[in-house]
Design a protein around this ligand. Structure first.
Ligand SMILES: Cc1ncc(C[n+]2csc(CCOP(=O)(O)OP(=O)(O)O)c2C)c(N)n1
Ligand SMILES: [Mg+2]
Length: 714
């Protein structure tokens, strides 16, 4: 007869049977038996410095390896500290099993010391959760938890184990098979729906593949590449799907959405068929839903039936595992392509050429400066260094968007970030998990100065385990993404976004026994990154970047994708990118502000309530003086012509004009001061070419002075 084992020993035995090699955790009173059992167990425990980070590390481990990440916390505060991590895993469908200690069953519900309703609290942020009240249930529950976390739509599963269950003894009876009668995972797609999808695909003239994180979690990158190759169709990959199609694939366009590129967003706007693969039509991708892919029929493949039709009507729904469904589709497409591909060949060729044209016409540009490191410049240097094959664990904010725009990934599981929940503090602990999963890989933790300050304690974990992670802080002195929104949408009233105090980095790193340095000069950047990569151990690089840079393109909330604001293109002397920011609270005295220059503009703006107030407000905020102002009926009904002579700092004037175009619907800008110098009057945003009139971005309509105009988000 088998020897008796404690509940804690049974737990570890079950974890070992699931192939678990690492647990990320933090101990406490209610998990003492588990840690006693871990003392001489083969499973390696990684002591993190906070339970939230233990969960993020488990997620980094899962994302880098494709395996289930495991984390552990004690009852009460330990368990509640896990919740952000679990919510993050839930949003991004990351397979995690979380073990929490709980007070003994006898005192459950008595507000015992460190009792929290972990089961209740974790219910909405897990795929499933358990509380194990009997030791005999442990093997079944643990194996069910792994099955649920790693199949179907992946996600976090929490197992709460009271202390007396961990301490109790029982004969260990292995659970050889898991039965979950109500849990069905469809693997293959329904043949009739697949056939319908094939019909739509061959009937389409302008197909666009919209691939998401589902491609990565289903390990379907090879199948996606084959699919895209057969169709020769432009493909956009979402923030979670980057690397799902290698960035060097000729059909790869880029990331779509709020900070997506012109080509990706125009592709979505003009497609007549969207082939949506493992995506959830997230609002950060779609913008205003009614304006999203307005001419497209939709094929939507997803493992989770609840996603289909959730946000967007679908013509061909297919529920199944993406890898299997893509294999089915590829097989049928190959069979049918000799006849069908020719039918729309000319139109499809024109479409691919059009999308490539958009990409060439409006690429993402990184213009290095000689004075200051531009964040985009940093990302292009990282791109050069990593050559598409390094794991980048990124935090949340502007730097995340620039990284997604400029760093190319040639394979899945290299780009690890917090998408759905957008949890600051994710990047560095995720890098710890990724490095433990992939000791062979160079791992970058790319974090903002805000998120980094949430993660500093984990430098101890890095030092403790000698993990050779390169932590790169993108230090703009601000909670940059919030600052950008305050600047653009809240009258530039910068409130609680300056990060004035930042530790001296060589001392901070040195205190943990790490190497650390600050890089502030553009010419030092590439060598510093190279040196960090060459070092065998960990290091901390604090890169001081331009403090007031904004992420563009940008689709303002409430706007449709084609209403994106491209990078403001008033190419002022010194460039708008270099424009000094004038905090609302620290404006210059009027006499001082009026000292520099005078410029005259005529704006054609849509006559909407509050438009004039907004124009005047922006000018005041930027500290410009108004020398003269006239308002007349514009060239068309419903349009006002506002002629302004502005005085003050040249850069502040140009910034004011840019801001105006974001807050009111500007149809045309004439810059008379430029005209005198022989330059052509300039409109604010670039115009696309070769588009059907009905769908052109607002700017093109503006250039022609058309009355038709989209709503400006307020
Ligand atoms: C835990 C958490 N708190 C607050 C936010 C809201 N938020 C989103 S981005 C951001 C600023 C991030 O600043 P930083 O880490 O310096 O990155 P930057 O935007 O400057 O690149 C904030 C506060 C968040 N996403 N997560
Ligand atoms: Mg910052």
């Amino acid at each position: 007869m088998a020897a008796q084992m404690t509940g804690a020993e049974i737990l570890l035995e079950c974890l070992a049977r699931e192939g678990v090699e690492h647990i990320f955790g933090y101990p406490g009173g209610a998990t003492l038996p588990v840690y006693e059992a871990l003392y001489d167990h083969g499973i390696r425990h990684v002591l993190m410095r906070h339970e939230e980070n233990a969960c993020f590390a488990a997620e980094g481990y899962a994302c880098a390896s494709g395996r289930v990440g495991v984390c552990c916390a004690t009852s009460g505060p330990g368990a509640t500290n896990l919740m952000t991590g679990l919510a993050n895993a839930h949003m991004d469908s990351i397979p995690v099993v979380a073990i929490t200690g709980q007070v003994s069953t006898k005192v459950l519900g008595t507000t015992a010391f460190q009792e929290a309703d972990t089961f209740g609290i974790s219910l909405p942020c897990t795929k499933h959760n358990y509380q194990v009240r009997k030791i005999e249930d442990l093997p079944r529950v643990i194996h069910e938890a792994f099955l649920l976390a790693s199949t179907g739509r992946r996600g976090p599963v929490l197992v709460d184990i009271p202390k007396d269950v961990q301490l109790g003894k029982a004969r260990y009876v292995p659970c050889e098979e898991v039965h979950l009668p109500g849990y069905k995972v469809l693997v293959d797609g329904d043949p009739a729906q697949i056939a319908q999808a094939i019909q739509l695909i061959w009937a389409s003239e302008r197909p666009l593949v919209y691939a998401g994180g589902g491609i990565v979690s289903a390990d379907a990158a090879a199948e996606l590449r084959e699919f895209v190759g057969i169709l020769d169709a432009p493909t956009v990959c979402t923030l979670m799907g980057l690397g799902g199609l290698p960035a060097e694939d000729p059909n790869f366009v880029s990331m779509p959405g709020m900070h997506g590129t012109y080509a990706a967003n125009m592709g979505l706007t003009h497609a007549d068929l969207l082939i949506a693969l493992g995506v959830r039509f997230d609002d950060r991708v779609t913008g205003k839903l009614s304006g999203f892919a307005p001419h497209a029929k939709v094929i939507h493949v997803d493992i989770d039936p609840a996603e289909i039709g959730k946000n967007r009507k679908v013509e061909a729904p297919i529920v199944g595992d993406l890898r299997s469904v893509l294999q089915q589709l590829n097989h049928l497409l190959r069979e049918t392509s000799p006849l069908s591909a020719r039918r729309r060949g000319k139109e499809r060729h024109a479409w691919s050429t059009q999308v490539r044209g958009w990409k060439a016409e409006y690429p993402l540009v990184s213009k290095p400066s000689e004075d200051v490191i531009k964040p985009q410049h940093l990302m292009t240097e990282i791109d050069r260094l990593t050559a598409g094959s390094t794991i980048v664990c990124c935090d949340v904010g502007q730097h995340q968007m620039w990284a997604a725009q400029f760093i190319r990934f040639y394979a899945p599981r290299l780009w690890i970030n917090s998408g759905g929940l957008g949890s600051m503090g994710f990047g560095l602990p995720a890098a710890i998990g990724a490095q433990i999963a992939r000791p062979d890989k160079l791992i970058l933790a790319l974090v903002g100065d805000g998120g980094f300050q949430m993660s500093i304690p984990e430098l101890a974990t890095i030092a403790n385990y000698g993990l050779p992670i390169k932590v790169v802080v993108v230090n703009n002195g601000h909670l940059g993404m919030v600052r950008q929104w305050q600047e653009l949408f809240h009258g530039n009233r910068l409130s609680a976004v300056r990060l004035d105090t930042f530790p001296e980095v060589s001392q901070l790193a040195g205190a943990y026994g790490l190497r650390g340095r600050t890089v502030a000069k553009p010419e030092e950047l590439a060598p510093a990154l190279q040196e960090a990569a060459n070092q065998s151990g960990p290091c901390l690089l604090n890169v001081q970047v331009a403090p007031f840079e904004n992420v563009y393109p940008m689709v303002p909330t409430g706007a449709a994708l084609h209403e994106m604001v491209l990078e403001p293109s008033l190419d002022a002397p010194g460039s708008t990118m270099r424009a000094r920011h004038v905090p609302a609270a620290a404006q210059k005295a009027p006499e001082e502000a009026l000292s520099n220059t005078r410029r005259m503009f005529a704006l054609q703006v849509q006559d909407a309530p509050g438009a004039l107030q907004r124009i005047l407000g922006v000018i005041t905020v930027q500290g410009c003086g108004i020398r003269s102002l006239s308002v007349r009926q514009g060239t068309k009904p419903g349009v006002l012509k506002v002629t302004l002579a502005l005085e003050g700092d040249e850069i502040a004037i140009l910034r004011a004009v840019q801001q105006i175009s974001k807050l009111v619907n500007v149809l045309e800008v004439l810059d008379f001061s430029r005209r005198k110098g022989g330059a052509r009057p300039k409109t604010q945003l670039a115009s696309p070419s070769g588009l059907a009139e009905r769908d052109e971005p607002r700017l093109r309509r503006a250039r022609r002075g058309s009355e038709e105009s989209g709503r400006k988000p307020q």
